[in-house]
Ligand binder design. Structure first.
Ligand code: UFG
Length: 324
């Protein structure tokens, strides 16, 4: 049975992945420090409460168990915070990831799936962003992720660690079966915040800027369903298991939706009143970020099953309105 170590398996994307791997019959061990995740979100396999800064723990973990591959989701993800406190981002997203890779190297674990981000590209220079787009991140968050991608190329060359970097555009939505969803604290992402405004947990949604160079003036993003992201990880893992070389893929649907369009879809799906407050631009937001994901389609056979924004919002709404 394939044994996968999921680092950050108690977080938003990691917890959905743990469930997905469990359903596919894998043995799963989650390592998570619970700084942003929740123990009760880990629905399958073993759980270890620990931190990647703890090299002794990593050495013990990799010497006591055999893993076929590692999936790494544990990172800080707030762009604005990364500008104010870059040390926190380089320490966790870069240094701790190197600790993990070094422990893998010693234990001769040679397959690694890495959560990367559209933020490695910086300001878009084309309507859609493919893998070859220039990589000029404009904040420490994006730089910390790009540095890991660069380290991974070196670790492949020198140590034979094969990796797939998956650059998410806007991960969103929730487990279609309703068991898991987005639980960031604090929440900064658009879709959960809009739905909290619909359910009454928040008074309103702030729209950060209506003066962008887009048809309705609000920012455009490529929202990709969490279940489709999980499937991409699984397909990426299969390529590594079959001996493929290291790769990087951009993951999105190739469809952009504006902030205003997201709010409209949320109004339709929920049937609730959503109060909107126009606010100034948020620093560092590009007007439009849309993926060109043909490489993932061709090389991985990735076909998003939940590409409709309505479906994604429906699943997120079921999570927002769950019994607490
Ligand atoms: N937005 C609002 N109001 C809010 C929250 C967000 O108008 O209350 C807008 C943002 O300005 C942006 C869009 O909604 O235009 C989406 O914002 P999110 O915060 O949901 O997502 P981002 O596009 O900023 O961030 C995502 C990932 C990050 C990653 C980034 C890459 O969540 O981790 O893409 O650029 F770094």
């Amino acid at each position: 049975m394939t044994h996968i170590l999921v680092v950050g398996g108690a977080g938003y994307i990691g917890s959905h992945m743990v469930k997905h791997l469990g359903a596919l019959g894998c043995r799963v061990t989650t390592l998570d420090n619970l700084s942003g995740g929740f123990r009760d979100a880990v629905l399958h396999g073993a759980f270890i409460h620990g931190d990647l800064a703890d090299k002794a723990l990593l050495a013990q973990l990799f010497s006591s168990q055999r893993f076929d591959a590692v999936m790494h989701f544990a990172s800080h993800i707030q762009v604005g915070e990364s500008v104010l406190d870059p040390g926190k981002y380089y320490e966790n997203n870069l240094v701790n990831t190197l600790n993990l890779l070094n422990a893998m190297r010693v234990a001769r674990v040679h397959r690694f799936i890495f959560s990367s981000t559209a933020a490695i590209f910086g300001e878009p220079q084309s309507a859609t962003i493919g893998e070859a787009h220039p990589k000029q991140p404009i904040n420490p968050y994006g730089r910390s992720k790009l540095m890991v991608e660069q380290a991974l190329a070196d670790y492949d060359h020198a140590y034979g660690i094969k990796s797939v970097c998956l650059r998410y555009f806007n991960a969103a939505g929730a487990d279609p079966e309703g068991q898991l969803g987005e639980r960031h604290e604090p929440e900064t992402h658009l879709i959960p915040l809009v739905l909290q405004a619909a359910s009454g947990r928040r008074s309103h949604i702030s729209v950060f800027g209506r003066d962008y160079d887009t048809p309705d003036g609000t920012c455009i993003r490529d929202y990709v369903h969490i279940a489709d992201l999980c499937q991409a990880h699984w397909l990426a893992l299969q390529t590594l298991m079959q001996g493929a070389d290291s790769q990087a893929y951009n993951l999105g649907n190739g469809n952009g939706f504006s902030v205003q369009e997201v709010i409209e879809v949320a109004r339709q799906v929920t049937g609730c009143k959503i109060t909107v407050v126009d606010s100034p631009r948020r620093a560092g937001d590009p007007a439009r970020l849309v993926a060109h994901s043909a490489a993932a389609t061709q090389a991985l056979g990735w076909r998003p099953q939940h590409a409709a924004l309505e479906t994604l919002v429906e699943h997120a709404w079921r999570w927002e309105t769950r019994a607490r």
